[in-house]
Design a binder for this molecule. Structure first.
Ligand code: NI
Length: 202
C-alpha cells in the first residue's frame, strides 16, 4: 500500500499549483526571473519629500518604484537621466496608462547639504509631475545609499558650496513589496526604459 490514495494526493497537488501561481507572479511577461531577484538591494527608509513631508518606503507599498539617485546641481548626467525617465513615464502613460499608474518614479538626492525640499521640488517637477523627490539628513542619505549600493562622494573644495558629487549612475526598479527587480538602462533612452517597464510591471 505505497500508493497514495486520490484524496491524500490532493493537498500536494494544490500546494504545487499554489507554488506555480506564486512563481508566475514574480515573472516577467516572458516567464523570465527578475535579474535582481534575491539581491540585497533596498530596505526600509524614512526621508523627506519635496513638500517637506516625511516619507517611508512603506508609503509606496503596492506600487512599483523606479528609483534614481542623483543631485540637482549635477551639470549634465543627472538631468539627462531624469529626462529619459520622465519621457519613459509619459510614453508608458500614453500606451499603457494602467501599467504606468502602478509605477512611482522617485528621485533620491545624494547631496543633502544643498538639496533641500524646495530645491528638490523645482528639480523633479521639471521632469515628470508624479516624480517624488526625496532628501534628508546626511546620515539618512548615507543610510539609504548604502542600502541601495549607491556610491557618492563630494569632489572639490569641501568648504565651498560650489562642488560636484561623484556618484553611481543607477536607476533601479523595485517591486510592490520593495523587492529589487532590475537595473534600468536609462543611458539608452526612454524607449529602453519603457521596454523594461512593460516586461516587469504587472
Ligand atoms: Ni549626476
Amino acid at each position: 500500500m505505497n500508493e497514495l490514495s486520490a484524496p491524500s494526493r490532493l493537498p500536494a497537488l494544490l500546494a504545487l499549483l499554489a507554488a506555480l501561481l506564486l512563481a508566475a507572479c514574480g515573472q516577467g511577461g516572458d516567464g523570465a526571473r527578475p535579474p535582481l531577484e534575491g539581491a540585497r538591494i533596498g530596505g526600509p527608509f524614512t526621508l523627506t519629500d519635496q513638500t517637506g513631508a516625511k516619507v517611508s518606503d512603506t508609503d509606496f507599498a503596492g506600487r512599483y518604484r523606479l528609483i534614481y539617485f542623483g543631485f540637482t546641481y549635477c551639470p549634465d548626467v543627472c538631468p539627462t537621466d531624469m529626462q529619459a525617465i520622465g519621457a519613459a513615464m509619459r510614453r508608458l502613460e500614453q500606451s499603457d496608462p494602467d501599467r504606468a499608474a502602478r509605477v512611482q518614479p522617485i528621485f533620491i538626492s545624494v547631496d543633502p547639504e544643498r538639496d533641500d525640499p524646495a530645491t528638490v521640488r523645482q528639480f523633479v517637477s521639471a521632469f515628470h509631475p508624479r516624480f517624488v523627490g526625496l532628501t534628508g539628513s546626511p546620515e539618512e542619505i548615507a543610510g539609504v545609499a548604502r542600502a541601495y549600493g549607491v556610491y557618492y562622494a563630494r569632489q572639490g573644495d569641501a568648504a565651498s558650496r560650489d562642488y560636484l558629487v561623484d556618484h553611481s549612475r543607477m536607476a533601479v526598479l523595485m517591486g510592490p513589496e520593495g523587492q529589487p527587480i532590475v537595473l534600468l538602462p536609462h543611458e539608452q533612452g526612454p524607449d529602453a526604459i519603457v521596454a523594461e517597464l512593460q516586461r516587469w510591471v504587472r
